[in-house]
Design a protein around this ligand. Structure first.
Ligand code: ADP
Ligand code: MG
Length: 419
């Protein structure tokens, strides 16, 4: 074989391989598409498992539903309602009940041509006074620029629209405890005390709090106007969670595709700390996705267990991704150090990381306090030891594996150059 022959041999070989690879790729893709087209479907109705789905029936919450209904009913005759507060731990149905009742009320009001408007703001998401007012403005069809106006100005414009149009507004302020702990409660005071201001319209606030002690953070004058009525949501029992799950599963999944053992495990896991229906529904949704991806014909306990792991992994990913850049740099310094390293050693490593990524290092004191925050988050563990005549120091160990940190931060715009 001359040179030419060798060349052709290589070419054939090269393209041959390429075709082979292409074929393999096609096969895998074909498999994936085949499965999507003809594979066994377990989930019949995905939306039922989404967090914003409102079921037709809300068992075990009849009392709360009628109490809220009674509180808000006067609005149907254009009369004043009391502001109210819904309390209870996460996953006890506060959000879904509030949405359910306000939706039903809105339907009734529409039949009577009343100008009721329901506004909803989650103060953990809309985490400034301005954004909360934007949510309110949107609900009454008022355009407000995303920035630029003072709170007082926005409030004034909202008040004008409400009183001019005689709107009867129900403002649901969800996860209000987040807002109260960070911000002053002036805005809340304005919203809850301004009944006369909105005339001939009106505004009633339905506050929702996950934290039972949140009252301690409120100024007494705000407390008295906001919590004219209080409604408590107690945790569900394991049996109640099971029944809620069963209802949900029967709409969400094809008949006979979910085992009773899986539902039992799901309820037991969700009820292990307190009866948290959110955790239960989330587990069910994710387990359904896992089972379908595996092309399983039935959702079993093992899929619930995988879902638990996936939720935990996602939680760690979210926590690590949402750290400020300085904390991320510090965490990388911790993973680059031996377990039980002293703060001083970590600080040196941290400075090196900063130089590599072009970040101005913080002082050792600031770094110390960020280390404490990371400790609180559970990302590192710090123990104070006495260090002979130098006094006390901290020993720091990373609680998350280096591999996970690498996996997450190698995709980070700034930090990727370290990997
Ligand atoms: P909270 O606001 O108290 O944290 P949610 O209202 O978000 O709790 O409820 C969490 C999940 O559990 C949602 O998917 C909701 O639909 C469901 N859920 C809660 N209570 C009930 C109930 N009584 N019946 C049916 N589903 C419920
Ligand atoms: Mg909620």
């Amino acid at each position: 074989m001359g040179n030419r022959g060798v060349e052709i041999f290589f070419l054939v070989n090269y393209y041959g391989w390429n075709i082979l690879f292409e074929d393999e790729e096609n096969n895998t893709l074909d498999n994936i598409f085949d499965r999507a087209l003809h594979g066994k479907k377990i989930v019949r109705n995905q939306t039922v498992l989404n967090s914003d789905y409102i079921p037709n029936k809300l068992p075990f919450r009849e009392k709360q539903i009628s109490l809220i209904g009674q509180s808000l009913a006067p609005i149907l005759k254009g009369n004043k309602c009391s502001n109210l507060i819904l309390y209870g731990k996460t996953g006890t149905g506060k959000t879904v009940v509030a949405r359910y009742v306000t939706e039903k009320l809105f339907e009734r009001a529409n039949n009577n041509d009343l100008k009721i408007r329901v506004a909803y703001s989650n103060t953990r998401m809309s985490n400034t006074g301005y954004r909360i007012l934007l949510d309110l403005a949107n609900a009454i069809g008022l355009n407000i620029p995303f920035t630029g106006l003072s709170i007082a100005e926005v409030l004034q414009r909202i008040t004008n629209v409400i009183s001019k149009n005689k709107y009867l507004v129900i403002f649901v302020l969800d996860e209000i405890d987040y807002f109260i702990k960070i911000h002053e409660d002036n805005l809340l005071y304005e919203l809850t005390r301004s009944y006369d201001k909105f005339k001939p319209g009106s505004l009633v606030v339905v506050g929702i709090s996950n934290d039972l002690n949140f009252k301690e953070f409120l100024n007494p004058r705000v407390l008295s106007s906001l919590s004219e009525e209080e409604i408590v949501f107690s945790p569900y029992s394991a049996e109640e969670i099971k029944s809620i799950l069963q209802d949900r599963a029967s709409i969400a999944f094809e008949e006979g595709t979910i085992s009773q053992a899986a539902i039992n495990l799901c309820s037991a896991l969700a009820g292990s700390e307190h009866g948290d229906a959110r955790r239960a529904v989330d587990l069910l949704r994710i387990a359904g996705e896992v089972a379908e991806r595996e092309n399983a014909s039935k959702l079993e306990e093992k899929h619930i267990r995988s879902a638990v792991q996936k939720i935990e992994r996602d939680r760690i990913y979210d926590a690590l991704n949402s750290l400020p850049i300085q904390a991320k740099a510090l965490l990388i310094a911790v993973t680059n150090s031996n377990p039980n390293s002293k703060t001083g050693d970590i600080y040196e490593k941290y400075q090196k990381v900063c130089i590599k990524i072009g970040l101005e290092p913080l002082t050792q004191r600031r770094v110390s306090s960020i280390l404490s925050e990371l400790d609180l988050l559970g990302v590192i563990s710090a123990s104070v030891i006495s260090d002979g005549r130098y006094g006390r120091t901290k020993k720091i160990t990373c609680s998350v594996s280096q591999q996970i940190i690498r996996e997450i931060y190698s995709k980070d715009q700034v930090l990727s150059i370290l990997y």
